[in-house]
Design a protein around this ligand. Structure first.
Ligand SMILES: NC(=O)c1ccc[n+]([C@@H]2O[C@H](COP(=O)([O-])OP(=O)(O)OC[C@H]3O[C@@H](n4cnc5c(N)ncnc54)[C@H](OP(=O)(O)O)[C@@H]3O)[C@@H](O)[C@H]2O)c1
Length: 222
């Protein structure tokens, strides 16, 4: 898959690196320094390169949006036409000092984004996990029990691409339904962030969300 990374910071940098290591063709874009993008591409040790936002967007089968909410307008002004593009967003609709969600309740950041780019196919994913645990999840991906990661969206094919990428990072992808489910995942993601960065336990403690296996069927009732 060709993956365009829009925002190559903590989330975009790590996700892009892992997608490249999983065999995808990745283009890193949108950082304050071009050198950082080149370095990320070199260190990804896969098929990765640096490019402009427009190149990343036009070249991609799937785009990962990983910028602060305040940068969304800027980035969408650079992508060019996003008709039919799969846009996987992990961006939370946070205020400038990252203390509160600015869209909550009857809508979500993901739905607002879908309104801004109605021609794109938006999926919400990766926002419920602190970036710090991503490499560990990738390293443990061959274990029988994988941590779950929820995703939602309104377009089946877009969700299938997102599920594949989620699986490639090492998670068990859990489809939680239409994009409006982001109204619940985004506040949950804020809770995860609060525990990860505000508490004493750190990101590893904040992230452990698993689908429990169904108990084995018993041949006779107890
Ligand atoms: N980090 C997490 O664990 C986490 C978890 C869940 C959800 N999220 C969400 O993911 C999104 C990204 O978070 P993050 O932690 O990855 O943020 P981040 O590290 O600040 O990354 C944002 C990216 O945007 C770039 N950028 C910012 N201003 C720019 C400008 N004026 N011109 C060009 N590039 C600019 C940054 O450039 P530089 O690289 O040069 O700084 C960076 O590459 C946020 O919406 C956040 O809510 C993050």
């Amino acid at each position: 898959m060709r993956v365009g990374v829009l925002g190559s910071g903590l989330m975009g940098g790590k996700l892009g690196t892992l997608f490249a290591r999983a065999g995808h063709e990745v283009m890193f874009s949108y950082a304050r320094s071009g050198r950082k993008l080149t370095r990320l591409a070199r260190q990804a040790k896969g098929r990765a390169r640096a490019g402009t936002v427009r190149e990343a967007a036009q070249h991609a089968d799937a785009l990962v949006l990983a910028v602060h909410w305040s940068r969304i307008g800027d980035i969408l002004g650079q992508t060019g036409d996003l008709s039919g593009k799969v846009l996987i967003t992990c961006s939370l609709p946070m205020n400038d000092d990252d203390t509160e969600l600015v869209v909550v309740g009857t809508s979500s950041g993901a739905e607002e984004l879908a309104r801004m780019v109605p021609q794109a196919r938006v999926v919400s994913a990766f926002n419920t996990v602190p970036s710090e645990v991503l490499f560990g999840v990738y390293q443990a991906r061959r274990r029988a029990s994988r941590p779950s990661l929820v995703y939602c969206g309104d377009d089946r094919r877009a969700k299938d691409l997102a599920a594949r990428l989620i699986g490639d990072v090492g998670f068990a992808a859990v489809d939680i339904g239409p994009l409006r489910m982001a109204r619940y995942t985004e506040p949950f993601a804020l809770l995860v962030a609060r525990i990860a960065y505000g508490g004493k336990g750190g990101p590893e403690l904040a992230y452990r969300f698993e689908r429990y296996r169904k108990p084995p069927r018993r041949s006779s009732p107890l």
